[in-house]
Design a protein around this ligand. Structure first.
Ligand code: PSU
Ligand code: MN
Length: 304
């Protein structure tokens, strides 16, 4: 009933039992401007291939779930206007009504589960927004991590979020949050934050073993791997704090709510930093893609 189409590359990789890494598409349609979005998406796919795995970018096009996009599909998605941003709540409705939409972290995890892919690379996850005690704005990404069996590699949570509350919700939901190679929870644009990560691992192999162990003991849900941004790409938090505060104040003043909040903040931060935030974003997504490829390869060993 569900119409799933695999790209030729993903189809061949599945048949051969090769390591696969899922990629989201909201980062393309709502997270970065054209044409950098398409360039970055293609570059990230290549980074995964160079690290010995096969990329599977997810999107819904005319009611079909695409697992792996051909180059021309990536181009048209990257330029399309008004593409829906799909999360758990609207994923099935989009498929059922022949719609087109980009997948968030939550929807990409659902798509990955359907496609039998267990590792996923992205930039930042959604989380608990600042002021959530009055707005109740908590991303469905956090609840999805508790439900879908996918290990998600991200660079921690953006300072547009209340990072401490985000960690609290993840703990409540029973999601393992594992910093890679350091003790502190990375803060997206900065490698370090003043919050300790609940767990630390220093090798892709340990991460793969922990993923396999959750399966073995029958725990649903995935893992969040918090991979610090490479040092040369960091932006100091003092530089970004006023920018984030301004973007947040504008969002509040304009009454932005619901799924509009995160894209609005990302776009304003890009504009207010004259594109500097985007450079850092690109560096960390590529870094996450490489780590995810290594984890996916180790997972084949761990499950072997
Ligand atoms: N954070 C980023 N970049 C992004 C997103 C979040 O730093 O592109 C996107 C992801 O697709 C994520 C979604 O799943 O925004 C979360 O949206 P919301 O906060 O509305 O749940
Ligand atoms: Mn939200």
């Amino acid at each position: 009933m569900i119409d799933i189409r695999y790209s030729a590359e993903v189809q061949a990789a599945k048949a051969a039992g090769h390591a696969l890494v899922a990629l989201e598409s909201t980062i393309i349609t709502h997270g970065m401007p054209y044409p950098q979005n398409v360039e970055v998406a293609a570059q990230v796919e290549q980074d995964i291939r160079d690290a010995g795995a096969v990329p599977a970018t997810m999107a819904v096009m005319n009611g079909t779930l695409h697992v792996g996009l051909e180059a021309e599909q990536l181009q048209s998605l990257g330029q399309a206007k008004g593409v829906a941003k799909l999360s758990r709540a609207d994923f099935a409705a989009c498929l059922a009504t022949g719609g087109t939409g980009a997948t968030t972290v939550a929807a990409t995890m659902i798509a990955a589960r359907l496609a039998g892919i267990e590792v996923f690379a992205t930039g930042g996850i959604g989380g608990v927004h600042k002021g959530a005690e009055t707005t109740f704005d908590i991303s469905a990404d956090l609840m999805e991590l508790a439900q879908s069996p996918v290990t998600v590699v991200a660079a921690g949570a953006k300072a547009i979020l209340d990072v401490a509350k985000t960690l609290e919700v993840l703990e409540t939901q029973g999601v393992p949050v594992i910093a890679f190679g350091q003790d502190s929870f990375p803060a997206f644009w900065s490698a370090q934050s003043d919050l300790a990560a609940p767990l630390r691992m220093d090798s892709p192999s340990d991460i793969a073993k922990a993923h396999a162990m959750r399966q073995a003991i029958g725990l649903p849900g995935g893992q969040l791997i918090a991979n610090p941004i490479p040092a040369e790409a960091e932006i100091a938090s003092e530089v970004l704090a006023p920018v984030i505060a301004q973007a947040q104040a504008e969002a509040d003043a304009q009454g932005v709510t619901g799924k509009g909040v995160t894209p609005f903040l990302l776009q304003r931060i890009f504009e207010l930093t004259n594109g500097k935030s985007l450079e850092a974003n690109i560096a960390l997504v590529r870094n996450n893609a490489r780590l995810a490829a290594q984890i996916a390869r180790e997972l084949i060993v761990a499950q072997g």
